[in-house]
Design a protein around this ligand. Structure first.
Ligand SMILES: [Fe+2]
Ligand SMILES: [Fe+2]
Length: 244
């Protein structure tokens, strides 16, 4: 049985319907979809995290004004970044208590495992497979699996890493409560020297702008339902509460 689903994710900064459409279309591509199906069958939480990350990456790449071809590569890389977790036992992925050193190493092995899986004749571009292997590398060399340092880490990897950390900090997990967007950004900015500071600065702007847009949309919607649909205001109110 797949692990129990946990769909209580915070609202991703979905800028437009197009962003979600791009993620959906890439997830349905034949060279991606079967990996995602296998990941979902193995661990629903990791699957949902991968979709959440892809939406963040799509929004951030569009915010940066990257060319569409690069946006698509980044989305595909985000969808597949944790595919190596298929090799990690479900019980370990879902473990809420303390993990020992051996389990910790096993969890970290997912980056290399994903690389090995995708290298075996998938035909995926090297840039995507590079992100899968290196999305836990840090600029100061403290990451894994290769302990790369700044100049060895590609811009695409740096971008996905920033979005991945933010996604993980703001998602519900059985062992901790999610951080609010501003709290997550502050925590990420305290990782001195580990993340690309210029990209992180842009990411802060992206998140803040996305959330203020979302709040404005919700306010507008609340006004519309109050005036046009008596009784529906309660639903909007509940949605706004759940977004905090
Ligand atoms: Fe990962
Ligand atoms: Fe991840």
């Amino acid at each position: 049985m797949p692990a129990r689903a946990d769909n209580r994710f915070p609202a991703s900064p979905r800028l437009t319907g197009t962003v979600s459409g791009m993620v959906r279309s890439q997830a349905e591509e034949s060279d991606i979809s079967h990996w995602l199906a296998a990941l979902r069958d193995h661990d629903e939480v990791t699957y949902q995290h991968s979709i959440h990350l892809a939406e963040l990456v799509a929004g951030f790449a569009a915010f940066l004004g990257l060319a569409r071809i690069h946006q698509l590569y980044l989305i595909r890389a985000a969808l597949l970044h944790d595919v190596g977790k298929i090799t990690i036992p479900r019980e370990l992925l879902a473990k809420t208590g303390l993990i020992d050193a051996r389990e910790y190493e096993h969890l970290r092995s997912h980056a290399e495992a994903g690389f090995v899986m995708l290298m075996s004749g998938t035909g995926l571009p090297a840039e995507i497979i590079d992100v899968v292997r290196h999305h836990h590398e840090k600029l100061d060399g403290s990451g894994y699996p290769d302990g790369l340092i700044a100049y060895q880490i590609a811009p695409a990897v740096r971008l996905v890493t920033i979005c991945d950390i933010y996604a993980a900090l703001t998602e519900h997990r059985p062992y901790r409560t999610p951080l609010k967007p501003a709290e997550a950004l502050t925590e990420m900015e305290s990782l001195h020297g580990q993340l690309d500071s210029m990209l992180l600065m842009q990411f802060r702007l992206f998140i803040l702008r996305s959330h203020s847009l979302r709040q404005r949309m919700l306010s507008l919607l609340r006004g519309m339902t109050t005036h046009w649909l008596p009784g529906a205001a309660w639903i909007t109110q509940r949605r706004m509460q759940s977004s905090h």
